[in-house]
Design a protein around this ligand. Structure first.
Ligand code: NDP
Length: 280
């Protein structure tokens, strides 16, 4: 039976390390890392995410500002706020909570964030840097997955890594990070012809599809490391994209949902904010 990777415990451990670093930065340089979060509209899930981000900043001693804007706010006003935050020396990281309402062009907003303050790693400059192997801000979820692999001593070099899902926020950056660490990487998606054959070949299987329980036990290679990024609500219960009960009988290491990748994502946002403060 697989060993379970406890994302909550790992997250706590990293937040303690960050708390120390933040305190040290404050003492030695008089700098308090600051994050600005912009939320347009009242999407319930986004509202909860933003509140959690604000709370997490406070817990590690970081400064945060949250801009809760009405959903009819114009694109122009959002862009104005971003340019103000780009110039604000108290703010080292800027995050616009996605999705934004339809009348606002998401890529225009993201492209206007100063790449040096782009703690979500969505700006094309950071995407380009990541893919060309330069130091960059990396999207928080795949960054959190890498931390989980490293801190559990999962060997990456020379291993077969298979990612199911090719989104800009999870699948693609995940592939770049694993490739950088010398895995042989395969990216699968909804048009992949024989998903099972690919999945079964994986020493490291990362699943980010948003399809509840789609990876079954017979798709997992014995002893593989299985990372489930998915968050799905089924009959009011949170489940991942991996059928946990089946997969844990076959895998060597596995992340649960909830309590796996989820808690790591916000922790990596804090890590990126500290990095931005260091760069400033
Ligand atoms: P997207 O919807 O943007 O992308 C889903 C990807 O999965 C697409 O590339 C799609 O393929 C692929 N896919 C869908 N169905 C299948 C299938 N049957 N077989 C193979 N591939 C399939 O999702 P995200 O990447 O944004 O998120 C994925 C999941 O991760 C969601 O459940 C989301 O809630 C969760 N998530 C969790 C986070 C966390 O903090 N833990 C953070 C971000 C996301 P195609 O491109 O061909 O359409």
């Amino acid at each position: 039976m697989a060993q379970i990777i406890d994302g909550k415990a790992l997250s706590k451990e990293i937040r303690l390390e960050l708390t120390e670093e933040v305190a040290q930065m404050k003492e030695e340089q008089g700098i308090v890392p600051g994050l600005a979060v912009v939320l347009v509209g009242e999407d319930p899930a986004s509202t909860v995410y933003v509140r959690n981000k604000e709370k997490a900043c406070g817990e590690v001693g970081m400064y945060s500002e949250v801009y809760r804007l009405p959903k009819e706010t114009s694109e122009e006003d959002v862009l104005l706020l971003i340019s103000k935050l780009n110039e604000d020396s108290k703010i080292h990281g800027i995050l616009v909570q996605l999705p934004v309402p339809d009348h606002i062009d998401e890529s225009k907003v993201l492209n206007n964030i100063d790449p040096k303050k782009d703690v979500d790693g969505f700006h094309p400059v950071n995407v380009g840097k990541l893919f060309s192997g330069e130091d960059a801000f990396v999207p928080c979820t795949p960054l959190g997955v890498m931390e989980m692999l490293h801190r559990n001593n999962v060997e990456i070099k020379g291993k077969e890594a298979v990612i199911i899902g090719r989104s800009n926020i999870v699948g693609k950056p995940m592939a770049a990070l694993l490739l950088q660490e010398h895995a042989t990487v395969t990216i699968c998606h909804s048009r992949t012809a024989d998903l099972k054959a690919h999945a079964k070949n994986a020493d490291i299987l990362v699943v980010a599809t948003g399809r509840a329980n789609m990876v079954t036990g017979d798709m997992v290679k014995p002893g593989a490391t299985v990372i489930d990024v998915g968050i799905n609500r089924v009959d009011d219960v949170l489940v991942g994209d991996v059928n946990f009960e089946e997969a844990k009988e076959v895998a060597g290491l596995i992340t649960p949902v909830p309590g796996g990748v989820g808690p790591m994502t916000i922790t990596m946002l804090l890590k990126n904010t500290l990095k931005a403060a260091k760069i400033s």
